[in-house]
Design a protein around this ligand. Sequence first.
Ligand code: SIN
Length: 571
Amino acid sequence: MTLPRRLAAPASTWERDFDVVILGSGAAGLSAALAARPVRSALVVTKDVLSAGSTQWAQGGLAGVLDPTDTIENHVRDTLTAGAGLCDEAVVRELVTEAPKSIRYLMRLGAAFDPEQGSQDIALTREGGHSHNRIVHSGGDRSGAEVQRTLDESAIGAGVEVLSRAFALDLVLGTTSDGERQVAGVRIGQTNADGQLVSVGVVTARAVVVACGGYGQVFASTSNPPAVTGDGVAMALRAGLSVTDVEFVQFHPTVMWRGPDATGQQALVSEAVRGEGAILFDAAGERIMAGVHPQEDLAPRDVVSAAVSRRMAEAPGGVDDHVFLDATHMGERFYERFPSITEACREIGLDPAVDRIPVAPAAHYACGGIRAELNGRTSLPGLFAVGEVSSTGVHGANRLASNSLTESIVAGTRVGRDLAWELPDKVRPDPDFEDPMAPPLLDPARLREVRAVMSRHVGVIRNEMSLSSAAGALGAIANGMTGSASTSGESFGDPELGDKTPVRPSRRTWEGTNLLTVAVAMVAAARARTESRGCHRRTDYPESSDAWQTHLDVSLDAAGEVAVDGAPDAG
Ligand code: SIN
């Protein structure tokens, strides 16, 4: 099976130049833009509108040590424990040390975090895997929306330019005078509000910051909004970079279950609800987490999702696709503490003050991605990666709750500040960057199949049989990508193959192709990792193995074949 090494699009007709171009407009991208802006021209490219990504939807909040009885060491230890042996301890310590500062920075920018009742102090709550209360929140469960609002206003106010409905297609590479490969810019597909192609252009820049988020939409059911389609990871693979730890997809244990046919983005029921004492029950009324882990319902997320999945497989009370979260002990206090979740419950006719909430695990967070330092630096000069798209060593095999917004602010601000101080040298794009070849694009009609395959075979619990079925099905879909778009944009389909179906360049066909690319990479890594660790759980290898306390790198070769590196030698 081969995957496209570039996204098909017509030749470019316009060009712009900036010091720094940032791909993605969530907490990480906007923090980077804001920090670079005082001395640099900075363009934020978003394929939709600024708030279309995951940040806007984050409920829990930001983790940071603000309580005098808590310590940096506690937060480090909790992060390492959740990460199941694959975190980089030095990077975790850097993040955790800067976390309180990053929260105070957001407050100085105007973010309003909820105070303790009857006090001026910021309220701190707890989520799975945390030994102390250390999560700041806003509007009850509207924490991400407040972070997004604050950064939108700050970045625009600082003069950051925004290019909306602009799809980052592929990196444009150049060569330095020393013969080294370096990023020279990015090809952009400008679309209309329906995602139809309007024009193609090139933004050249001395630094490209990828902050495109994760890839939850590769699964049939996810807490992620529709825009989260793995664009950054797929782009990096096509540019010849390897991506790390992509088998570790975190499934949130309590995503609202709205019936067997509900697909796409589902309402999250924040872990903070369990932080307030809510308890998981199966359909027969038995507790799920009692006796499974010392922290019971507040065990790390991978542990809870696996326990819920195992219980659903036993079909207690004849129910095998959801369980129940009971927060009725909160009574009407629930409405004020969790207004978004209250709204989502009411939409399905439930009152969380008196009813148990039906929930099931769903894809939530990509722990892996483009390998980068905490200041965003990657192996490709001029290319930086921050936020969920990156793999910095903070999250390991399973991210600790509410460390992600914190990481986005810390890493985004670091990369922006570093680029304010110093930019890479300018390189000219290679002359052949507009390859006349027209590689295939995925027909959006087949995306439903990709998602169904991933949810059926590559979910919370996996094994060689399920993963090889997924690989076969994805291979058939990839091999079926024939009728590709011509780069002239005039003729579509391959008549020699009898394919009359046009697969035109558009937001949907680019997103679909990116999702297929990420799905194939993820399955290859998940097959290679013959152990269970963090959020990668296999029934055929149920234990973690010391030999596997290592990272896997996935790359695309020149022909578009996936390769996995880093597995320990057999025997
Ligand atoms: C939640 O509120 O449960 C999600 C928080 C997170 O993913 O960090």
